[in-house]
Design a protein around this ligand. Structure first.
Ligand code: NAD
Length: 483
């Protein structure tokens, strides 16, 4: 088993063990035990990180795309090599089962590869001119400047990897502030970039209380871009701050993904996929399929089969038993959030078909839970649960299902299962979301943009958009020198 690393800050090419603002405990959510400590950066240490990122920007932004690609490719290879050790730390910090953690790491390496290749590929364009005097209209994508990257704990490698790789590939320098409960995972990722040859000051890592750190970094004149993944409430707050200081901002926020299951769908396939994907990462996934809208004709069977699969999910400490399907929730806050959602089903506002309770243990475990027919105004149907709770609602007409699916302000992922081609096309068009999966529940790959609309945020990361998010568009209009 991998020992829990000593968590450090990384500023201007130096690993720093002491946080001038103190330290905080890191807790294993499966045991409730303290596994390590994380240094908290002081304002002076944040200023040092800002200075390092600012000083390193001119030289890094002038490197060729090929040079940046070579470094990012090495970082991706190191990440693959170190997957076994990093997976152990992910599991200890946030409770993800090992196979899922390894999948996250290798998928992140592919994302780094793709974004590194974009550094070589992504050119500008030449726009035809309107007269003879004008020779060329040249559009280029210039690195925007030092970027502040704020990431949560549910994908402690993938989310920082997307942001770091996008920023560095585009020629930006960066300061990463990862989640308080997954600092060592982020550190091991940063080590891959450092060992791959990222120059001093180009990538910095700070830890501490997220609110004050985000405010300090966003307000600094050095910072030109802010990329945040987390809750809608925090995203709105940081967006207002970014606007005040006129910083480019990409928020990747929460979701409450609907899944429409038509009477034409392959029921056995749909229900098996839905019931297993829902509880991946204990449901703590922004694109987790959650509100299942099922045609009345197949509703009873869907509920019964979904609940049967959910009831058999093996829950436990993934650090002690690699065969568990679902680990703990990331912290105690998530447990009370689940309890509130379940409590709100009282008084005929939904029926808990399976699960519904905390699992009696030292860690933060909650049963895989299925609520049948939650009422439209229930907490479940209106608030993102972000945990192992699924709700299933019957519908009469496919248009009614689309109406329910589109009724929230969230718009991250949406899914539909239908065996009818015309209906599948209709659903793909009608569902309001940044990403729609039809007859499957995957909406993310290294090559494709990932992002939401409405209260789920705006902009994208991943794909070529994930590179362009760290650039400014620049126009050069070139005319003849005379004559
Ligand atoms: P939380 O809002 O306290 O924290 C979520 C993340 O946001 C943490 O990693 C934290 O570092 C960061 N954060 C919190 N306050 C911040 C601030 N003022 N400035 C900058 N960053 C800040 O909630 P939680 O209980 O840890 O997680 C559950 C909630 O977070 C859910 O509602 C879910 O929507 C959201 N979340 C979303 C994603 C996502 O991928 N979109 C990931 C994790 C959490």
């Amino acid at each position: 088993m991998t020992a829990y690393p000593t968590v450090k800050l990384f500023i201007g090419g130096q690993w720093i063990e002491t946080g001038e603002a103190g330290a905080m405990e890191v807790v294993n959510p499966a045991t409730g035990g303290v596994i390590g400590h994380c240094p908290k950066a002081s304002p002076a240490q944040l200023d040092a990180a800002l200075k390092a990122a600012g000083d390193a920007f001119p030289a890094w932004s002038r490197t060729s795309g090929a040079e940046r690609h070579a470094i990012l490719r090495r970082a991706a290879d190191l990440l693959r090599e170190r997957a076994p050790q990093i997976a152990s730390v992910i599991t200890a910090e946030m409770g993800k089962p090992r196979a899922q953690a390894v999948g996250e790491i290798t998928g992140s390496a592919d994302v780094i590869d793709f974004l590194g290749e974009e550094a070589k590929r992504r050119g500008g364009r030449l726009i035809p001119t309107r007269g003879n005097q004008l020779l060329a209209q040249i559009v280029t994508h210039e690195p925007i400047g030092p970027a502040v990257l704020l990431t949560p704990w549910n994908f402690p490698i993938n989310l920082p990897a997307k942001k770091i790789a996008g920023a560095l590939a585009a020629g930006c320098t960066a300061i990463l502030k990862p989640a308080e409960n997954t600092p060592a995972s982020a550190q091991m990722l940063v080590e891959c970039f450092v060992d791959a040859g990222v120059p001093e000051g180009v990538l910095n890592l700070v830890h501490g209380d997220p609110g004050p750190i985000a405010e300090h970094l966003i307000a600094s004149p050095v910072t030109r871009k802010v990329s945040f993944t987390g809750s809608t409430a925090v995203g709105k707050h940081l967006g207002a701050l970014a606007a005040t200081h006129m910083k480019r901002f990409t928020p990747e926020l929460g979701g409450h993904a609907p899944v429409i299951v038509s009477k034409n769908a392959d029921l056995a396939r749909a229900v098996a996929m839905c019931a297993t994907t829902k509880f991946r990462n204990a449901g703590q996934v922004c694109v987790s399929p959650t509100r299942f809208l099922v045609a009345r004709e197949i509703y009873d069977n869907f509920v019964a089969e979904f609940a049967a699969i959910a009831g058999k999910i093996k829950v436990g400490d993934p650090g002690a038993d690699e065969s568990v399907d679902m680990g703990p929730l990331a912290h105690a806050r998530r447990i009370s959030a689940m309890e509130q959602v379940v409590a709100d089903t009282g008084g005929n506002r939904g029926e808990v078909v399976t699960g519904g309770s905390v699992i009696d243990s030292t860690g933060f475990f909650f049963q895989p839970t299925v609520i049948a027919n939650p009422s439209p105004d229930s907490r479940f149907m209106t608030e993102e649960p972000f945990g192992p709770i699924a709700g299933i609602v019957p519908f009469e007409k496919i248009e009614d299902a689309v109406g329910i699916a589109n009724s929230l302000r969230y718009g991250l992922a949406a899914y539909a299962f239908s065996g009818d081609l015309d209906e599948a096309h209709y659903l793909g068009r009608a569902l309001k979301a940044g990403m729609v999966g039809i007859n499957q529940l995957i909406v993310s790959s290294p090559e494709t943009p990932f992002g939401g609309i409405g209260d789920s945020g705006f902009g994208s990361e991943g794909g070529e958009e994930g590179y362009l998010a760290f650039t400014d568009t620049k126009l050069v209009m070139l005319a003849k020198a005379g004559g």
